[in-house]
Design a protein around this ligand. Structure first.
Ligand code: ASP
Length: 322
């Protein structure tokens, strides 16, 4: 399935401020830049204590996750708490969803309790935009990952991490995105952000069965081998093999996948000597990445996680600004 068309609800207020964050597709570079600047300031600890907690005091943020999460859900909760919001971590598995309540009815029920902002993850492409379309106009929605379509805050925290190492000018950057791109909402959001921020080259590398549809790879170079993809790049983004989204066996064996597409120390030596290695997590160690690389000096995987909190503070503040 292709990435769904742009959501019917607009992500921007008429004056250009962010109303929802559903996808990075089509967001102006200036909007991305402003979010990254704000996140950078939060990350640097520009504000602390009561001033920070006053920013979202009296607002209520609900995390509503219909798919599992470790990093995204926890970091949104921390981000909202640090800004002084009331938080509701709704437990879908222990809720009336198991009695057949629809996602729309669940959202409207929580909205009636005074939720100002929903952070939602769902297995279906376009599900978060559909929920936003069914909500009150003042309620904000942040997409925490919908199907294979988009994961905008991961895309932004990845850009924040790249900025931290390579600077804000992306025009000389060569980036390789490697692995299960077809099923990856992270890759789609990264590609949208890298294109908007003017990256020099975006190289994609995957087995033919795991390459994205042509629309999703516009402006990218498809590298025939991992060695071609890695030659001289500044950033290597590795991706999890998403077996839960594969109906049929799309890779012959995990060992063959590691040999051809897994990132190990030898292959990484083809990249620029100061290249950084990223992965959105969770890792399949020994499948798409070896321990040596995941825990090695070029890995910024835990930095990505840390940046996620600051970035999500910036996004929450932007959509909840009065
Ligand atoms: N955590 C990311 C996501 O939810 C990446 C992954 O699951 O592989 O999309």
């Amino acid at each position: 399935m292709n990435t769904p068309p742009a959501p019917a609800v607009s992500q921007l207020h008429p004056d250009g401020r962010l109303r929802h964050l559903l996808t990075l597709d089509g967001l102006p570079a200036a909007t991305l830049g402003a979010l990254l600047d704000a996140a950078q300031a939060y990350g640097a600890g520009a504000q602390s204590g009561s001033a920070l907690r006053a920013r979202l005091a009296g607002r209520t943020v609900c995390t509503l996750f219909f798919e599992p999460s470790t990093r995204t859900r926890s970091s949104f909760q921390l981000a909202a708490t640090r800004l002084g919001a009331d938080t509701l971590a709704f437990d879908v598995s222990a809720s009336s969803t198991s009695k057949g309540e629809t996602a729309l009815d669940t959202m409207r029920t929580l909205e009636a309790m005074g939720v100002d902002c929903f952070v939602i993850r769902h297995a279906d492409n376009g599900a978060v935009a559909a929920l936003a379309a069914g909500a009150r106009p003042a309620t904000a929605f942040i997409n925490a990952g919908d199907g294979r379509s988009a994961h905008p805050t991961q895309g932004l925290l990845d850009m924040l991490t790249i900025r931290g190492h390579k600077g804000a000018d992306f025009s000389k950057l060569r980036v390789a995105i490697v692995g299960d791109i077809r099923h990856s909402r992270v890759a789609r959001s990264d590609i949208h952000a890298l294109r908007a921020l003017g990256a020099r080259e975006i190289r994609l590398c995957a087995p033919p069965t795991l390459l994205p549809e042509p629309d999703d790879r516009a402006g990218c170079i498809v590298a025939p081998t991992l060695q071609d993809a890695l030659a001289g790049v500044d950033v290597v983004m590795t991706l999890r093999l998403q077996r839960e989204r594969m109906q049929e066996g799309l890779v012959p064996s995990l060992a063959a996948y590691l040999a051809e597409y897994g990132l190990d120390g030898d292959k990484l030596r083809l990249a620029a000597p100061d290249a950084i290695v990223m992965h959105p997590g969770p890792l399949n160690r020994g499948v798409e990445i070896t321990d040596e690389v995941a825990d090695g000096p070029q890995s910024v995987i835990l930095e990505q996680v840390g940046n996620g909190v600051a970035l999500r503070m910036a996004v929450l503040e932007a959509v909840l600004a009065r």
